[in-house]
Design a binder for this molecule. Sequence first.
Ligand SMILES: Cc1cc2nc3c(=O)[nH]c(=O)nc-3n(C[C@H](O)[C@H](O)[C@H](O)COP(=O)(O)OP(=O)(O)OC[C@H]3O[C@@H](n4cnc5c(N)ncnc54)[C@H](O)[C@@H]3O)c2cc1C
Length: 426
Amino acid sequence: MTTGNTARPDGPAIADVVVIGAGAAGLACARRLRQDGLSVVVHEARERIGGRIHTFHPADGGPPLELGAQVVHGDRNPVHALIGAARMTAVPRRVTARIVLDGADQDMGVLAHHRRAPWLLEAQLQAGPGPDGLSAAGWLALRRSTGAERRAAEEWFRQNWAAEPDELSAPGIAAAHRADTAGEGEFAVRGGFDRLPLLLAEGLDVRLGDPVRGLHCGPGLVEARTGRGGTAARAAVLTVPPPVLASGRLAITGLPAEALAAKLAAAAELPLGDGYCLVVTLDRAAPDTVISFDVDGAGGFVRCASGRPEVLFVAKAGAAAALRAAVADRPALAVLLATVLPWTAGAAVTGLSAADWGQDPYTGGAFTAPRTGCADAAARWAAPVADTLFFAGEATMSGSRLPWVHGALESGERAAGELLRVLANR
Ligand SMILES: Cc1cc2nc3c(=O)[nH]c(=O)nc-3n(C[C@H](O)[C@H](O)[C@H](O)COP(=O)(O)OP(=O)(O)OC[C@H]3O[C@@H](n4cnc5c(N)ncnc54)[C@H](O)[C@@H]3O)c2cc1C
């Protein structure tokens, strides 16, 4: 990777293609275009590549923790081939699994005791999601799910999909699972998930800390405008999450009014649900490896590893807001920690590292979920415009794929293919 914010002088660049965003989708797309012999410039707003792949590396060289994408889903996930099997480790299934329910730390087994466990309910929903327009909350009501079983299932949907169950489309969830070909199991990248973007970016011209503020699309020519001059190219691939466009942080000009209005409408229908991830470093080490699911909705999924001082929170939807508020109020964070992981009671916090996806101007949330009433929004967001502007990114696959890294990679490959076909006929 070369980075334009160091040695390269400011001023406009010229390339065949400009790619906006150096997350999994943008890097996969740029890599494929470059392999096909095109010159490509990638503009990235942040001072790092990877987007929602963001790894925390403890200062003492301990095992990394993920503040964005957590695991590689499935044994046939394309990430295995990209990284190399030797660097992939299966995530152990046998860890101490706990829940927080009614303010108390409990064995996860209580979810299944006279109740249907939330993961079994989600599996049943996949098999029989009900009619178009039915929400996940509506599906649970039809199953006569009540009490703690219902609360656990609703929180499970919130944490897996970063959306409220009454907004989530039950058929959309099922369709995304049905289309997934990544296989079974969960895997970690040894050394951190951030190895993936580093590998994808090798040899690419990526300009870090260089947000695109405006994109002008003329016939056969696009101009990506940044504070350092930007890039003029024959075509552009936009991989930013929809809220970046919907919020006006990136303005598109030069398109027919109806085409632009259609894109803005699609972006507005693809909000990303709230997300907040946090590594808390304590003055003592965990006695055991534990994963806890906070049914009460204050912490999301919480993990610690035996012998390590870090606690990782991965919180979405309402839990993201609750965790954000707890971080702003240290006594509340101490109470939350001691409720979820009683061994932390009385421990001093020596470090906090957060990724606030919900308030991040270059993301605007965790990921997109299939929502009731928005079945074709992702297809409208993905559609190329005027043979010059192409779209990739996790949100372009919403409802047809799971909202994960391998979907983002696939979208980058898809956009590169669309663009190559158009340029070949010009
Ligand atoms: C908390 C959390 C947990 C997750 N867990 C998993 C998991 O376990 N497994 C999994 O596979 N996936 C997981 N995901 C989802 C996964 O991280 C995403 O699907 C994937 O990384 C999205 O890649 P992308 O390229 O589409 O978008 P992004 O990674 O968001 O990339 C878009 C890029 O565009 C840049 N950008 C934005 N605006 C501009 C601008 N104006 N100019 C230039 N650049 C701009 C951004 O900085 C960013 O780098 C998780 C995500 C979150 C947040």
